[in-house]
Design a binder for this molecule. Structure first.
Ligand code: 3PY
Ligand code: MG
Length: 253
């Protein structure tokens, strides 16, 4: 996210399948977001996906389901490259939530060096390196998905535990009370991206289609998300069936 060059590209992972994970990893995404907010993934499922994707060189992030400490701590100790916190609607909420994922003295995250993130206790550099990596190498990403969050965006961006922000157009459309793809949603995303760029905080969003990808990259997004594993399968299933049905409709009987 922080490197120069084009934005990094990722996708959401919702299925607890190592086979699908290998297929998506082989496609060459820079990162993936394992989605525990909207998918029925167990902690053990997340753990397996984190291990497999990191071994394939694809940065595994996890979207947590709420603002709590427990499961998120376990994902970080499993070696997740970052966490996305959904529905962060104010600076106070951002500060209280992100503190849990930073070690003292700035935060309250617990020491779990015997876990995978500490290489099962054998990490070179010991506890100092486990703590350094947890503070510096993990991305704590606040999701901006409500009208209040867009209005409070400058204050949210100023919270020191917010390493990046991700703008969620789907929930923004619900919050604004307008259909997805409406100009009001587009403008709220554009305003949020602009504020993040001005504050020097990496920003990302989810996009559909080449035109939107170019636009959001030109506006300054540093990470872009496209689609998810379930959509890829359902899209491919529909497309292959449509092709068969079109061919049959014109087949000589
Ligand atoms: C949203 O758009 O609401 C998201 O959570 C991103 O997919
Ligand atoms: Mg959302």
């Amino acid at each position: 996210m922080k490197a120069a060059g084009p934005p990094v590209v990722g996708t959401f992972v919702k299925l607890p399948s190592l086979e699908i994970a290998e297929i998506i990893g082989a496609a060459g995404f820079d990162f993936i977001v394992i989605d525990t907010e909207h998918a029925l993934l167990s902690v053990r499922d997340v753990y397996s996906l984190v291990v497999l994707y990191s071994r394939m060189g694809v940065a595994p992030l996890v979207r947590i389901a709420d603002h709590g400490y427990g499961d998120a701590q376990r994902y970080l100790d499993a070696g997740a490259a970052g966490i996305l916190v959904p529905h962060v609607s104010s600076a106070a909420q951002a500060e209280a939530t992100m503190k849990q994922f930073l070690f003292p003295p700035v935060g309250t995250r617990g020491m779990g060096m015997a876990a995978r993130a500490g290489l099962w206790g054998s990490i070179a550099g010991g506890s100092a390196e486990y703590v350094r990596a947890g503070q510096e190498d993990v991305a704590r990403i606040a999701m901006i998905e409500e009208q209040e969050a867009v209005e409070d965006i400058e204050a949210i961006l100023a919270v020191s535990g917010v390493d990046a922000v991700f703008i969620g157009p789907g929930d923004l459309s619900l919050s604004l009370g307008v259909p997805g793809g409406s100009p009001a949603v587009h403008d709220a995303v554009t305003r949020s991206i602009g504020a993040a760029v001005k504050a020097g905080v990496p920003v990302g969003t989810v996009v559909q289609g080449a035109e939107q990808i170019r636009l959001r990259a030109e506006q300054g997004c540093r990470f872009i998300m496209v689609g998810n594993d379930t959509g890829m399968i359902s899209g491919a299933a529909r497309s292959i069936l449509d092709q068969a049905q079109e061919a049959l409709a014109v087949a000589v009987r």
